[in-house]
Design a protein around this ligand. Sequence first.
Ligand SMILES: NC(=O)c1ccc[n+]([C@@H]2O[C@H](COP(=O)([O-])OP(=O)(O)OC[C@H]3O[C@@H](n4cnc5c(N)ncnc54)[C@H](O)[C@@H]3O)[C@@H](O)[C@H]2O)c1
Ligand SMILES: [Zn+2]
Ligand SMILES: [Zn+2]
Length: 359
Amino acid sequence: MSSLELLPTTCKAGVVVEYGANFKLEVQDVPVPEPGPGQLLIRLNATGVCYSDIHYMLEDLTLPRMSEHGVRSPGHEGAGVVVKIGEQVKNWKIGDRAGIKPTWDTCMSCELCWGRLECHCPEAIPTGLKVPGTYQQYIVSPARYTSRIPDGVDDFSAGPIMCSGSTMYRSLVDSELRPGDWATFLGAGGGVGHMGVQLAKAMGLRVLGIDTGKAKRELCMQLGCDAFIDFVDTDIVKETMRISGGRGVDGVFVTATSKSAYAVAPKLLSVGGRVMCVGMPATGTAFAGDDPMFLILRNIKVIGTLTGTMKDTNDALAFAARGLLKPAYEVFGIDRLPEAVELLRAGQVSGRCVIDFNA
Ligand SMILES: NC(=O)c1ccc[n+]([C@@H]2O[C@H](COP(=O)([O-])OP(=O)(O)OC[C@H]3O[C@@H](n4cnc5c(N)ncnc54)[C@H](O)[C@@H]3O)[C@@H](O)[C@H]2O)c1
Ligand SMILES: [Zn+2]
Ligand SMILES: [Zn+2]
């Protein structure tokens, strides 16, 4: 085991003191963990605040629960530096830049792990759900599944790319849309959606952003959307048809949490179009496109995306290193983490809130 600096014994962390509908998050001092064999200890400089963290604290998804696993810190968009190296670790050194993803580790030896589906591995461990997440400044991570952050991508950008950026990269690849096709993002001004907008433009797609409010409209247009619709005061089916010349769009990426977004998504599509499911709706949401006759008559495909793999994350970071993906973020000091979470829960964040652990 080796470490460069004298490490503290405690660090700051966002800690859940009450789970569920009235969840409560506090910033507390917690012990700095020790890296076991094969693990790195990473000191995070930044973590993004993703809506999935809110789902985990609300415990409103059909997923394992944080409380069942005794996990008190969510978070899965971390960026920092290696400060200590466990036994048996090769190819990493102290001072290397390192990122933490929504999947903390996988078995790496099953068919899913071999075939770009490792996030679905039965042994996959979700970060911030079954193990402590990136709301904690010092975090251990399996060296084999830790992402490297390339030069030219700062930690405030790299953090959100670990989840939001890599998920949208993967979803766009799986959509098989081609340059010139229309891609629509329901939730285009949010943390995940605004990454999709940029990646879609970089891939040569035409982009229709759908969200609400002046700030999100401005962000979408600044990021290169060809058109924007405010879903609150517009008939979005009619308007989408008008913008796409009456045929509908080729792909709809649902990056919102709301039931209404899933309800409308298939209706925006052209014949042969596809709904890309990314936003995680609370347990019990019905998917309006599940009328088989609607899907049959319009040759609609429905595809789900569960975060990006190790390779997807690497590829998304490469877009950022080339200047094609620049997360729009507002920085909050660690003491203001609960405030950032509340703003996101209230739908008041354009782009991402990123936490600065050094502020
Ligand atoms: N599948 C995955 O791997 C994955 C990865 C990351 C996040 N997520 C999920 O994606 C969702 C979004 O996360 P986020 O962090 O970007 O949240 P966010 O709040 O930053 O973004 C959601 C956006 O959707 C907009 N919106 C709400 N209702 C809408 C509607 N009916 N039509 C259009 N826009 C609407 C909101 O105004 C907001 O801008 C969450 O459910 C999260 O859990 C899934
Ligand atoms: Zn996330
Ligand atoms: Zn596996």
